[in-house]
Design a binder for this molecule. Structure first.
Ligand SMILES: [Zn+2]
Length: 268
């Protein structure tokens, strides 16, 4: 009964959702997504006589389905649907990290995170505290910009207010002798011409600017020109979540990636 991974279970849950409707379909889909954040392999939990309901998005009904699959793994169909291929689960990531502890020691920071200023759930200070516990040297606060209303994007004046909060957090970190610095940043919404939605003078005050596409993410045609336009935007330092893929939901965009990431000489 060993061997069935959370990724396999997610695939079974997502496949099963396709033949369900309504409330049950939602429960299967939610559990398929949830499987990526389960901290341990569900099969290990079961082997340790623990309840699968410890896992996020797993109630008695889904738990019974999972138990059945873990105890009697179904024959694997050929390849996973492309919407569900090449995603790494948290349990897999943890196993990879455990094989080489120096890897996480070398991890110095995190350059994308949202806070309660947009669609995240923690305050700037909470992010700093968590980063400090991980021994990070820097984090960038990259809340969404004003063009992305659905994610509670912030405008220039909110960005300034957030800057005050970040400065106060940094002052506290210095007093506490922490090695962490909180960087002022933003995940700026880009239109299809690679243009941002924020006042350039305000962007210049930031330590780092991410640029991300959040619309027209289901187009099938090659999007190389759109990415190159974004990289020509001199206010943008980092291209955020380039493909825009979401597990079992959106296939993401495609482009001539070697050309997009091939260096500035090719985009001038
Ligand atoms: Zn984004």
């Amino acid at each position: 009964m060993a061997g069935i991974s959370n990724g396999d279970l997610a695939d079974l849950l997502a496949t099963r959702a396709e033949s369900e409707t309504g409330f049950r379909q939602k429960a299967f889909k939610r559990a398929a997504r949830g499987a990526f954040l389960w901290p341990e392999e569900a099969s290990d939990l079961l082997a340790g006589a623990r309840s699968l309901e410890e896992l996020h998005s797993v109630g008695p009904f889904i738990g019974e389905q999972l138990r059945g699959w873990i105890e009697h793994p179904p024959a694997r169909s050929a390849a996973r649907d492309s919407l569900r291929r090449d995603f790494l689960t948290l349990a897999e990531a943890r196993k990879i990290l455990a094989r080489d502890p120096t890897w996480s020691e070398r991890l110095r920071g995190d350059l994308q995170m949202h806070t309660s200023w947009s669609d995240g759930s923690g305050a700037v200070a909470d992010m700093a505290e968590a980063a400090d516990l991980r021994g990070y040297e820097y984090i960038a606060i990259t809340d969404h910009s004003k063009g992305l209303k659905i994610a509670g994007g912030i405008d220039e004046s909110e960005l300034l207010e957030q800057g005050v909060e970040i400065a106060a957090t940094n002052a506290r970190l210095r007093t506490a002798d922490s090695k962490l610095t909180v960087l002022r940043s933003i995940e700026m919404n880009l239109n299809r011409r690679g243009e941002g939605d924020m006042d350039v003078a305000e962007l210049a005050k930031l330590d780092l600017v991410l640029g991300s596409f959040h619309s027209a993410l289901r187009l099938k045609e090659d999007q190389t020109e759109r990415y190159i336009a974004a990289l020509r935007n001199r206010d943008v330092h980092v291209l955020g979540h380039p493909r825009g893929r979401v597990y079992n939901y959106r296939a993401g965009l495609s482009a001539d990636w070697p050309r997009v990431f091939g260096g500035s000489s090719k985009v001038e």
